[in-house]
Design a protein around this ligand. Structure first.
Ligand code: MN
Length: 290
């Protein structure tokens, strides 16, 4: 008998802030506060709700070179087009439905911009970025970049719903992302009136962000830009759509390890943070021109 999980909390979008001059994001949680510990292995969620940018001659709209160590940045483009380049020599542009899964590991510098052609034309940007913690043993793994295109995602068709599987497995369908610990990332679209049940082990932390429409869980409703945290009290998530809706579902096995953060570095001890700062200052993260 499947036990459907209850909703532990629903968090409305916090006031937005700017990341560089290109990303107007709602930060639901970020590394050290309680929610990031509650949602391990997820460390941060920045949601760029739909926002229209005017055309510009500034083809570097976004955030310039900055370092990361000890975790992964996962960027989902829902609308618009985002470019990434890093000091490991990786780079690319993602558009609607694509995902870039960047493993900072031992350390990279990267820059994140609106794609130049998108910036020139202007348009609607809708995207989000997650930070996924790396298990202690993999914190200093070699940097990696996975460009996961929309056509590579696993697709599970259910009654009134389509589940695009980015990472992990759902209903026997696997996603293309390679991960360092069990992580499930799903993009679920539901038609009004649809109700779906997704299996997720009760030990895995799980949450979802509504990115369009309106969903319902038992007696609780959530609208676009609401973030819902599931209790760990069952082995299935039930989503029902009041109107046509779409949600990004994140789930993962908690990493039972300390989280110590200094800005863009997330390690397990203060000593590892001091080492990260020293390595960065000595140029160990390589070079990246603006
Ligand atoms: Mn970054």
């Amino acid at each position: 008998m499947v036990q459907v999980r209850n909703i532990e909390s629903i968090i409305a979008a916090p006031e937005p802030h700017w990341v560089g001059d290109g990303f107007r994001v709602h930060g639901y949680f970020s590394v050290e506060p309680e929610l990031a510990r509650r949602l391990s292995p997820f460390l941060l969620l920045d949601y760029h709700a739909p926002h229209v940018y005017p055309p510009t001659t500034n083809l570097r709209r976004g955030v310039g070179p900055h370092p990361h160590r000890g975790f992964e940045t996962v960027t989902l483009a829902l609308e618009g087009s985002v470019a990434h380049h890093d000091s490991a020599g990786h780079g690319g542009v993602i558009g609607p439905g694509d995902v870039q899964w960047m493993t900072a590991g031992a350390g990279v510098l990267h820059r994140e911009y609106h794609d130049a052609e998108f910036a020139r034309r202007g348009g609607r940007m809708h995207m989000l970025q997650l930070w996924v913690d790396l298990p202690r043993a993999s914190k200093l793994t070699a940097p990696r970049y996975q460009a996961l295109t929309a056509d590579a995602m696993g697709v599970l068709e259910l009654d009134g719903a389509v589940v695009r599987v980015i990472a992990g497995e759902c209903g026997g369908v696997r996603g293309p992302a390679q991960t360092f610990s069990p992580v499930t990332l799903l993009d679920v679209s539901l038609r009004a009136g649809a109700r779906v049940t997704l299996d997720v082990p009760s030990a895995h932390n799980a949450a979802l962000l509504v990115v369009d429409g309106e969903l319902e869980f038992a007696a609780t409703r959530a609208r676009a830009a609401d973030f819902a945290v599931f209790a760990n009290d069952g082995d299935a998530l039930e989503l029902a759509a009041v109107r046509d809706g779409r949600a990004i579902v994140l789930a993962g096995e908690p990493l039972r390890q300390p989280i110590v953060q200094y800005g863009p570095f997330v390690m397990n001890t203060e000593g590892e943070i001091r080492q990260a700062i020293a390595d960065f200052q000595h140029g160990a993260f390589g070079r990246l021109d603006d």
